[in-house]
Design a protein around this ligand. Structure first.
Ligand code: COA
Ligand code: AMP
Length: 630
């Protein structure tokens, strides 16, 4: 069956479609309803069914003869380490850690936060939670203590799993001090922390609270898989919203397992037994879905790479990994390819490795500029597929589904809606706009399995943020259009979210940090174009009257504050001081206009502007830090 027919079936008969897909999963008991719409607009998939996600990711493959197949390949150029864990070895370590968590009092439904670098224990920790029905929440290592504390207070974990350090190229980043600081400032501290001691950094273990990871594993009895409801939460993953309070995206067990298994075969075109590599981080949704759960549920070998596309040691790093492990399908963010292209524009490293097993490259996480896509396709001579999704959906909304039918590539478009997603472009009045016209990209409810059923502990915030713009529709937050061939073009966000090196960041959260500086009266943060990272945050601040300290000193403090409060991943390095911010007469800051000025684009002075002269001041201030024309 080709794309058109598969897509039509998924939209016209979603229950039949997903019930069929559910055959790829082992269930402990069958569902009562494939789609439960009794609480619409909150939908649930496979209600009444029971399963265990860890069983589906590990044990069943061992029972089916994959025990000796590598499940996880760990490749860490930053520590010069390579290791392989077979399905049996991974299951045994997961079962022991799960037993250790149980011994610490973690039961089904309890939360466990992971603050981990890219080491096998991160995967072991996630799967150990899934094994006993605990809910994990992974916090990306590039976030600062305050961000971790916010997540601790929202998730209220019983235990935190962490490591003594992360390693950024050649810089050791001690995690324990960050963890201790976060716990000190949290209102709901965990009962225990389990710390993996890495040789690169020691960490002080606090008596009675902290335990050594490997000792806990060694001393614990293996735990069995606990069947849970398909609709129970498997994990919470916090993602940037428009304020400093991140949104706790919830993922369920049943729909998630079904959707990921389906996507591995039909979107990525991968077969069980093959090596699949997502060069991302377990702290992001890509890491959850396509480093951990997708490949393992599908019986693939997954690669966990602790390194960068360049600098560890060179722009050939990705090709080495692909050749060394026989990767068939790879997934990363366009920014990684921009970094490689910058260091090796002629692609000379590519020729030094045998990449004959690599069938396709998938890119996502940010808009993929045609130059990058064309460069990658030309150099690799394989399909390079831009696909579009978000933390909330957990798997692609639009893609060229290689496992169904390869459609022609249009660089700049992530191709067409993936089966299961009824994607439309709507105007403000809720009417569909004609093909080619830009509007708000929305998905008709119900969303397919695997997408977020709600936000953690906050159904109302879920409804308000995503389901209220147009009743019956999910608001993606992206604007764009559909062309006459049904291809989607994702152009920009409609909110204050920016995308820096494939990382989703809230400019609102950065504004809150800047505004908390003693000398700052008002602040705005915009995303300005960057050739490597796509977008970079740029701050514009107005100082309180009477402040006469050197501006450079204040700017340096502001940069440091964002780094300390949000984290290095925000890459906030540019700030300009202005007398006033441009605003409409009703007081709305004109961020879109400032953004155009920063990018050196032509703009029209908004009719509602309070005082157009301010735009000249902003232009000068942005020019002084390297942005704008001239
Ligand atoms: N722990 C601590 N610090 C971290 C971190 C982590 N896990 N991850 C990143 N950081 C730090 C970096 O060291 C850097 O700090 P610096 O300001 O002192 O240099 C900062 O956060 C920004 O990191 P990053 O965005 O990774 O930029 P970079 O300049 O180090 O590398 C790229 C640039 C393009 C090579 C890199 O962003 C990359 O590989 N991107 C791939 C994108 C990706 O994986 N996206 C995930 C979604 S698919
Ligand atoms: P995240 O939740 O971090 O995965 O970020 C999701 C957001 O990244 C989307 O809402 C888009 O704005 C952007 N995004 C992800 N993939 C693409 C893509 N292929 N093309 C354009 N934008 C993308």
């Amino acid at each position: 069956m080709g794309y058109a027919e598969t897509y039509r079936r998924s939209i016209e008969s979603p229950e039949d479609f997903w019930a069929e897909a559910a055959a790829a999963i082992d269930w402990d008991s069958a569902w009562e309803r494939v789609l439960d719409d009794s609480q619409a607009p909150l939908y649930r998939w496979f209600s009444g069914a029971r399963l265990n996600t860890c069983y589906n990711a590990l044990d069943r493959h061992i029972e089916q003869g994959r025990g000796d197949q590598p499940a996880l390949i760990y490749d860490s150029p930053v520590t010069a380490t390579k290791a392989e864990l077979s399905y049996s070895e991974l299951r045994d370590r997961v079962a022991r850690l799960a037993g250790g968590l149980k011994a610490l009092g973690v039961a089904q439904g309890d939360r466990v936060i992971l603050y981990m670098p890219m080491i096998p224990e991160a995967v072991i920790g996630m799967l150990a939670c899934a094994r006993i029905g605990a809910i994990h929440s992974v916090v990306f290592g590039g976030f600062a203590a305050r961000e971790l504390a916010t997540r601790i207070d929202d998730a209220r974990p019983k235990v935190i799993l962490s490591a003594s350090c992360g390693i950024e190229v050649n810089r050791v980043i001690p995690y324990k001090p960050l963890l201790d600081e976060a716990i000190r400032s949290a209102a709901f501290p965990p009962a225990h922390c389990v710390i993996l001691a890495r040789p690169e950094a020691a960490s002080d273990l606090k008596d009675g609270r902290d335990l050594d990871w490997l000792e806990l594993e060694a001393e614990s009895e293996p735990a069995d898989c606990v069947p849970v409801a398909a609709t129970d939460p498997l994990y919470i993953l916090y993602t940037s919203g428009t304020t400093g309070m991140p949104k706790g995206v919830v993922r369920d067990h049943g729909g998630h397992a079904v959707a990921l298994a389906w996507s591995m075969k039909h979107v990525y075109g991968v077969e069980p037994g093959e090596v699949f590599w997502a060069a991302s981080d377990v702290g992001w949704v890509v890491g959850h879905s396509y480093i951990v759960y997708g490949p393992l549920i599908h019986g693939c070998t997954t690669v966990l790479y602790e390194g960068k596309p360049v600098g560890t040691p060179d722009a050939g790093a990705f090709w080495r990994v692909i050749a060394e492990y026989g990767v068939s399908v790879m997934f990363t963010a366009p920014t990684a390819f921009r970094a490689i292209k910058r260091d090796d524009p002629r692609g000379e490293f590519i020729g030094r490795y045998d990449l004959s097993q690599l069938r396709a490259l998938f890119l996502a996480g940010e808009r993929c500029d045609p130059d990058t896509l064309n460069w990658a396709s030309e150099k690799l001579q394989i399909p390079v597929i831009d696909h579009w999704w978000q933390t909330e959906t957990g798997w692609p909304i639009a893609a060229n589904c290689l496992g169904i039918e390869q459609l022609p590539v249009k660089p700049g478009s992530p191709t067409r809606a993936v089966p299961g997603y009824d994607v439309r472009v709507l105007a403000e009045d809720g009417q569909e706009v004609p093909d080619g016209e830009i509007g708000s990209i929305m998905i008709r409810l119900p969303l397919p399995p695997g997408t977020l059923p709600t936000l953690w502990g906050n159904d109302q915030r879920y409804i308000d943020a995503y389901l209220s713009a147009q009743p019956g529709w999910y608001l993606t937050g992206d604007a764009g259009y559909r062309d006459e061939d049904g291809y989607l073009w994702i152009m920009s966000r409609i909110d204050d979210i920016i995308n820096t090196a494939g990382h989703r960041l809230s400019t609102g959260a950065m504004e809150e940090v800047l505004a908390s500086h003693q000398d700052v009266a008002e602040a705005a943060v915009i995303g300005a174009h960057d050739d490597l990272k796509g977008e970079l945050p740029v701050g514009l601040v107005v100082l309180k009257s009477g402040v006469d300290r050197p501006e450079d000193e204040i700017k340096a403090e502001l940069v440091q504050m964002v780094r300390d409060k949000i984290g290095p991943v925000a890459a906030f390095k540019k700030v300009a001081i202005v007398d006033r911010l441009p605003k409409t007469r009703s007081g709305k800051v004109l961020r879109a206009t400032m953004r155009k000025i920063a990018d050196g684009k032509d703009y029209t002075v908004p009719a509602t502007i309070d005082d157009p002269v301010i735009l000249d001041e902003v232009t000068d201030a942005l020019r002084s830090i390297g942005y704008g024309k001239g």
